[in-house]
Design a binder for this molecule. Sequence first.
Ligand code: AP5
Length: 363
Amino acid sequence: MIVGFCNPLLDISVHVTKDFLDKHGLKENDAILTDEHGQAKLLQDLDPNTLLYSAGGAGQNAMRASQWLLPNGTVVFMGAVGGLLGVLDGVDGVDNVGSNTNADGFNVKELDKHGEILKHAAEGDGLRVEYEIILKKATGTCLCLLTPGHRSLVACLGAAVGFSPLHIDRHAQLIEKARAVYVSGFLLSDSHDAVDCLFSKHLVGEKEKLVYMNLSAPFVCQVFRERLEKCLPRVDVLFGNDSEALELARSAGFEEQQDIFKIVKELAKYKTMNKRIVVITRGPGSTLVVDETLTLHEIPVPLIPKEDIVDCNGAGDAFVGGFIAKHYSGASILDSVHVGHRVAQMIIRQSGIVFPTDERIDL
Ligand code: AP5
């Protein structure tokens, strides 16, 4: 079993111009956080008829991809979503594990509308979700502003900030049973207590369990570097893209700050107890991998004609999901990278992060 942890978010995707991004002070290829007002301001400037709503949240995307490739019941996902007021049940709080629960131990029957969409998409891919339900806060949303070949993500975490150590503790048995966990760096912004609890209580001494972690965004590497560094010693496989790797190197003050090849090698040794594998994607550029022997591999990405690229949002998550599924199944790192590329390229040829029910990529 694999258990993944991240902020579950509903994506609102829309194609925009570079001028739109400039007007709002946004970069073409970035991921930032905002609040309800910040998102509302952007939405006011967009035509509601052009908005596409779909299940998102980086970690849930990755875990949906892994589950899509693996036998049913292999992957479980946790994060926090909004619940509807007035639907509390099971106030005795007796054993709510296995149902959707909130931190007070209440069994909440209904998720809010956006939470339901996320759950539906997850379960449609066979992914089991164990959401923590936060009352009085709405499920988080992420504006995905698409320009040709790029995406700018503006997330409002909403209920996801409520993800608590209590929820982790309540699922201790599930985590104990898992052979691997996947932790999104995005959690380090507002749910670092839950991440701390996971690493310091549930992963400590658990040498057999594989720990996959994602750098997730440049701001995580810069603003939350110290929190990230607390996790790193226990991370077996570290994922990221080149801008995240560069940002971490800059923020941590590596000597060779500009050479991505040297940085990736350095990351394999950075704050580690064991041998760590590092996997850094670079869009259409070759993927860089450092293996347990500290050997650097450069794995080319198959070319896709420009006209076949529909929506790059979620490519990195799909890559990670594909890689994890193959690697968890016992394959080599290089074979796992190839599966990651195939799943990522399937996702960028279509709109939204959707996994077909009628076709599969064989592991
Ligand atoms: P997003 O960050 O868009 O997805 P991603 O999959 O991580 O990012 P990219 O698509 O930019 O990929 P990447 O840079 O990681 O990978 P790369 O380009 O190297 O995340 C989307 C989700 O994030 C949304 O659902 C949103 O909800 C969520 N999110 C935002 N903020 C959040 C928060 N605070 N908390 C939680 N969730 C949050 O590409 C990877 C691979 O793709 C490559 O190796 C290659 O195989 C393939 N590929 C990519 N581009 C090309 C190309 N041009 N040609 C051929 N292959 C390509």
